[in-house]
Design a protein. Sequence first.
Length: 105
Amino acid sequence: MKASKGAVGRTLQNLQAAGVDPKSIDIVLLSHLHPDHTNGIRLADGSMAFPNAEIMVPSKDWEFWTSEDNAAKAESSAMMKNYFANVKKTFAGLESKVTRYDWGK
């Protein structure tokens, strides 16, 4: 099902409507590191949307998207180049908050 225009990017508004303070979120679990999943961990000003949260990422995705070798191989694809740059920008300085997990564990 295709999301209608304006139907995404409303996590913080929905949490507020439910009475949940983003500061009370202690774990953010990401299924993969595409921008539509990762970009919600930072606000427009670059600060953390969930400042007290541990950010859990799949080990395989982390290894792939943080690899300089893989990023270099993606130079010919604008989309892939942007994805690598997005992971680098989104997670800059957050390494201590990131916990890698393996699927099925």
